[in-house]
Design a protein around this ligand. Structure first.
Ligand SMILES: CC(C)(COP(=O)(O)OP(=O)(O)OC[C@H]1O[C@@H](n2cnc3c(N)ncnc32)[C@H](O)[C@@H]1OP(=O)(O)O)[C@@H](O)C(=O)NCCC(=O)NCCS
Length: 181
């Protein structure tokens, strides 16, 4: 099965569908513990673990065939083509899914995450039948809350979240698809 995501570009960023080969570049970036201050999971323990994760993601679909996975590695055109982070969407059905992102601390505060997420969202609305996306965020994660707000997400009750259980410290954000012609 081919990866669901396709390559995307802005002036300064390239979003590449994830490949196993990205793991070697992403492992040091994802090992920075500052990233996990407000997350409910830990850095990948080994390079092999990250390679295995990317091997699964590269398929673009869950093993049971139910979920579609769009995973992009974000690369800068400048800075020697460094990997800055990733953006992902998990489509639980054709019309609804979860949106997420992680960037290395060296790339925070430069509008890179916003630019990458906005581009990924544009592609998701154009290339899928998604009607809405959700994001779950620890309510103390100020940077992520600001980013979601800039992207147009708004907070909804956890009762409106259709994709399973929510951590008590998380808020739920929702973004409807723009009108399609
Ligand atoms: C959440 C996260 C992606 C936000 O990154 P970020 O760099 O703050 O987000 P943005 O790309 O929107 O950048 C905004 C900042 O860039 C600045 N900026 C500079 N140039 C900019 C531009 N051209 N456009 C927009 N903002 C720009 C803004 O002023 C803002 O600065 P500030 O942080 O001093 O307020 C990042 O903190 C992260 O990866 N955290 C760890 C993982 C995580 O928590 N993931 C989310 C789980 S829910």
């Amino acid at each position: 099965m081919r990866a669901a995501a396709k390559s995307l570009h802005t002036g300064r960023l390239r979003l590449e569908p994830v490949r196993v080969a990205h793991a070697a570049e992403m492992f040091p970036l994802l090992s920075d513990t500052r990233i996990y201050e407000h997350l409910h999971f830990k850095p990948p323990a080994t390079l092999a673990e990250l390679e295995e994760r990317y091997r699964r993601q590269e398929a673009g679909v869950s093993p049971d065939g139910v979920e579609r996975w769009h995973n992009w590695i974000v690369r800068l055109e400048a800075d020697g083509g460094a990997c800055a982070g990733f953006v992902q969407a998990t489509l639980h059905t054709e019309t609804t899914g979860d949106f997420g992102y992680i960037f290395g601390p060296a790339f925070w505060g430069r509008g890179i995450a916003f630019e990458a997420c906005a581009l990924a969202l544009e592609a998701l609305w154009a290339d899928t039948r998604l009607a809405r996306l959700f994001a779950t965020v620890d309510r103390h994660n100020a940077r992520s809350l600001a980013l979601l707000s800039r992207l147009g997400f708004h907070r909804v009750s956890s009762k409106e979240y259709p994709h399973g259980r929510v951590w008590s410290s998380d808020d739920i954000f929702h973004l409807p698809a723009p009108p399609r012609s």
